[in-house]
Design a protein around this ligand. Structure first.
Ligand code: 5AD
Ligand code: SF4
Length: 475
C-alpha cells in the first residue's frame, strides 16, 4: 500500500525510512528464477497498484499469472502492450486516481494497447467504466481474479470488452505463480472478502463475502516461501482473525499462526487486519508462547464513542473494545497496538470526538492511521443525514493527529537505550545508513559499518527518537 502511516509506523507493506527501490527488489526476484520463463514473449505489461496490502498482494498474483503466460513486466506504461491499474475505492480520493490515470491514457496515446481496470473501482463502477473511458478493454473486480487467465485469453483472441464482475463467489484467488515484490517479506492471503457490514465501508461490496483458504494450502505456501528464502511472512485478510478453516482439520486462527511459525526458515509471522469482535485470548496466548509471532496487533477501533460505533455497525462498544485492549496489554510480552480511526462520520458530535481522544489517551496506541469519513456508493451510511463539513472533518483530524503525535513522542523517547532485533529492509543513499523494522513493527533508521545488510537480522541499540521513528546504531 502506498499510503504511509499518519503518525509513525508505516503500513506493513513498504518502507518509509529509506527508499528501497522496486527495481532492486525485482532484480532479486528475477535472480530467484521467477522471471526466467522460457518461450516467446507474448507482450509486455505495466501494472500500477493503489490501496491496501491486499491489493499489493493481488497485484503480485496478477503479475505471476501474466508472467506465466509469457508476458514480461515493464516499468512504464509507454513501453507496455497491456496496461493494468489495480484500484482502490475505500475513499473517494483513492477512487478518483484511476480516472486521472485513464485520462492520461486517452484515445490518442492508447494506440494498439490494451488497458484494464482491476480491483475495487472495477467492481464498484462495473461496465460504466467503458462509458467513461471507452479505450478500456478489461474491467475485473478482485472477487473474479480466478477468471483472469480466461479473460486474458478472450482479449488475446481480439474481444474488445471483457468483464469479470461476479462477487458471489465462494472461491479464492489461487495462482500457480506469484511474483513477489519484496525479497524478504512475503504476503500470504488466508481469507478473502468480508462478512462484516460496517455502514461506511465498500469492501463487502467490492471484495464479496468472506472465503477462508484451506489450512493445508496455506501451510504449503508458507513452506514454499521459506524454501525460497523469505524469512518474514505476513498473513493477510480484511478480517484476518475471522479465519475459519474449511478443511476437516478446523484449525483455529491462533493454531494456524503457530503452525506457520513452525515452518523451518520462517523467523517472523505477522498478520493484519484484526477485527476486535473476533480477537480472542488464544491469539494473545500464541504470541506469548511463540516469539516468532510478531508482538504487534493492528486493531482498528474507528471511533471511541459507543454511539458512533453503533451507527457504524461495528459490533462492539467502547467498553468491549477496551476489554480486548486490556487482554492484549495483559500479555507476558509487550505487544504494540496500532489502529485506524475515522473522523467526521455523519452525526459525530464534539462529545463523540472527545471520547475518541480520551480513548487514545486510555489505549496509548503505538501508531494510528486516521481518515476523514468519505461517503461511498453501495454503503448504508451514504443515506445518513447530518453530514459533517470537510472543513470540520479536517479540524477534527488535526486534533486527533496532534494527540497521537504527543503519545508517540513520549512512547518513543522511553525506548532510547533499548535494543531491538531488526530485519534490515532499506539502505540510505547516505553512507552506512540503513533502516528496518522491529518485530513490534517500529521503523528504526540506524548506522552500521557493515556492507551487505539488506535482508539480514541485526541488533540495534536505540540512541534517539522522533514521533515517527527511532534512530539507532548496530550493536
Ligand atoms: N471513509 C473513511 N475511511 C474509511 N475506511 C474505510 N471506509 C472508509 C470511508 N468510507 C478506513 C477504515 C478502515 C481503513 C482501511 O479505511 O478506518 O479500517
Ligand atoms: Fe470494511 Fe468493516 Fe469489513 Fe473492515 S470489517 S473490511 S471496515 S466492512
Amino acid at each position: 500500500m502506498n499510503k504511509s502511516f499518519d503518525i509513525g509506523l508505516e503500513r506493513l507493506a513498504g518502507g518509509t525510512g529509506f527508499p528501497i527501490g522496486a527495481n532492486n527488489a525485482g532484480a532479486e526476484i528475477e535472480a530467484a528464477g521467477l522471471d526466467l520463463l522460457q518461450g516467446p514473449v507474448r507482450g509486455t505489461f505495466f501494472l500500477e497498484t493503489f490501496g491496501c496490502q491486499m491489493n499489493d498482494h493481488d497485484s503480485e498474483k496478477v503479475a505471476g499469472v501474466l508472467l506465466s503466460r509469457g508476458y514480461r513486466q515493464v516499468e512504464s506504461p509507454e513501453s507496455a502492450s497491456l496496461i493494468l491499474y489495480n484500484t482502490c475505492s475505500i475513499r473517494e480520493k483513492a477512487a478518483q486516481k484511476v480516472f486521472s490515470r485513464l485520462g492520461e491514457f486517452g484515445v490518442k496515446q492508447n494506440e494498439g494497447r490494451i488497458i484494464g481496470v482491476l480491483g475495487c473501482v472495477a467492481q464498484q463502477e462495473g461496465e460504466d467504466i467503458f462509458e467513461r473511458a471507452p479505450w478500456v478493454s478489461l474491467v475485473c473486480g478482485s472477487a473474479s481474479y480466478r477468471k483472469l487467465p480466461e479473460l486474458l485469453a478472450q482479449i488475446e483472441a481480439g474481444k474488445q470488452r471483457v468483464t469479470g464482475l461476479d462477487n458471489d463467489t465462494d472461491e479464492t484467488f489461487e495462482t500457480e505463480m506469484t511474483r513477489r515484490d519484496n525479497p524478504w517479506r512475503a504476503y500470504l492471503t488466508i481469507i478473502e472478502g468480508c462478512d462484516k457490514a460496517c455502514s461506511y465501508c465498500v469492501v463487502p461490496y467490492t471484495r464479496g463475502p468472506e472465503r477462508s483458504r484451506a489450512s493445508d494450502a496455506i501451510l504449503r505456501e508458507a513452506r514454499q516461501l521459506a524454501e525460497l528464502g523469505y524469512t518474514e511472512v505476513q498473513l493477510l485478510g480484511q478480517t484476518v482473525n475471522s479465519y475459519k478453516d474449511p478443511t476437516a482439520r478446523r484449525m483455529r486462527f491462533s493454531e494456524l499462526l503457530l503452525a506457520v511459525a513452525d515452518e523451518p526458515g520462517i523467523r517472523r509471522v505477522r498478520f493484519t487486519t484484526s477485527h476486535p469482535s473476533d480477537f480472542t485470548r488464544d491469539i494473545v496466548d500464541a504470541i506469548d508462547a511463540q516469539t516468532k509471532l510478531c508482538n504487534h496487533v493492528h486493531l482498528p477501533v474507528q471511533s471511541g464513542s459507543t454511539r458512533v460505533l453503533r451507527a457504524m455497525q461495528r459490533t462492539y462498544s467502547r467498553e468491549e473494545y477496551l476489554e480486548k485492549i486490556a487482554m492484549i496489554r495483559g500479555a507476558k510480552r509487550p505487544i504494540s497496538i496500532t489502529t485506524d480511526i475515522i473522523v467526521g462520520f455523519p452525526g459525530e458530535t464534539d462529545e463523540d470526538l472527545a471520547e475518541t481522544l480520551s480513548l487514545l489517551e486510555a489505549v496509548q496506541y503505538d501508531g494510528m492511521f486516521s481518515f476523514k469519513y468519505s461517503p461511498r456508493p453501495h454503503t448504508p451510511s451514504l443515506a445518513m443525514s447530518d453530514a459533517i463539513s470537510e472543513e470540520e472533518k479536517s479540524r477534527r483530524l488535526a486534533m486527533l493527529q496532534e494527540k497521537q503525535r504527543e503519545i508517540q513522542a513520549k512512547k518513543h523517547a522511553a525506548l532510547v537505550g533499548e535494543t531491538f532485533e531488526i530485519l534490515v529492509s532499506g539502505k540510505s543513499r547516505r553512507e552506512n545508513q540503513w533502516s528496518g523494522h522491529t518485530a513490534c513493527h517500529r521503523v528504526i533508521n540506524f548506522s552500521s559499518q557493515e556492507r551487505a545488510l539488506l535482508g539480514k537480522y541485526v541488533r540495534v541499540g536505540v540512541t534517539g527518537a522522533t514521533p515517527n521513528c527511532l534512530v539507532g546504531e548496530q550493536t
